[in-house]
Design a protein around this ligand. Sequence first.
Ligand SMILES: [Zn+2]
Ligand SMILES: [Zn+2]
Length: 315
Amino acid sequence: MSVSQITLPKQVTRRLCLSSFALAGFTALIVWAAVADLLRQGRLESVLSAGRAELAAPALVILVVATGICERIWPAERRPVLAHGHVQDACFLALHAIVVIPLMTLLSVGAATLIGDHARWIELRATQQWPGWLLVPLTIVAMDFANWLAHYADHRLDALWRFHALHHSQEELSVLTSFRAHPLMHTTGFVLATIPVVVLMPTRAIAPVLITIYVCIGTLQHANLRWTFGPLGRVIVSPAYHRLHHARENQAVNLGVVLAVWDVLARRAAFPARGDAVGRTGLDGRPVPVEQDASAGTPLALLAGQLIEPFGAQR
Ligand SMILES: [Zn+2]
Ligand SMILES: [Zn+2]
């Protein structure tokens, strides 16, 4: 007998998606572990501000503005500055700055705390003798693989796809689409990406500047640009490469976050060629409410609807 049958009447379970509530509960548990630990050490504020410095670094702000200017000059798809998609994704950028950045910081700390408390045996002490030039890149590559796995799971498991679908619902990609994500979409990625850090670097920290560079490359991939990065695009995810992942017809290819190698190994890489036609993005049948729909409400009302949507009945 499932938990839903024990605790809730059928009419309620039919209208709500219990797996989404389970993910929210799991996320709250990790965040609580982080907050309790940091409060005990009196480090909550300093850790949150260090997270802000990494994830909202001036370099990232400059990158977003510069990419926005490039999108006006060399757009893959020409559209007005205040296109519905741009305005809505700007709301997601605000949500990212206010809610998601502290959440990401606490997810990393909470996952590391829980792993440290319950699975300390995964720490590889031998790596502490390894030189930084080897250990740090290795850890970042392993984190990128963990992010690829989380993204793969987002597409394979319905419970996770319900949160990831919002990101794919954008029909007007721009650099701001990098921030169009349900806050709970990040839980799996941050938990999985913490594992290689705890395994390989249990007593050392990755320099914040490296995290910022990683985030910058990951942000550029949604740009409304035809850039393929030339030969480098075989290794690093380019805007043209990631756009193929947002194609309406096939989202099974190009799951890479920063490195394309995982897609190549999984036979899921589709490399764009210079001059390829720009394909349509979004989701057929609009299972998630979108701003391009004539009946969409104001951006903030729609934002609320988009955030609540994964908790509703099965699509
Ligand atoms: Zn995806
Ligand atoms: Zn994307």
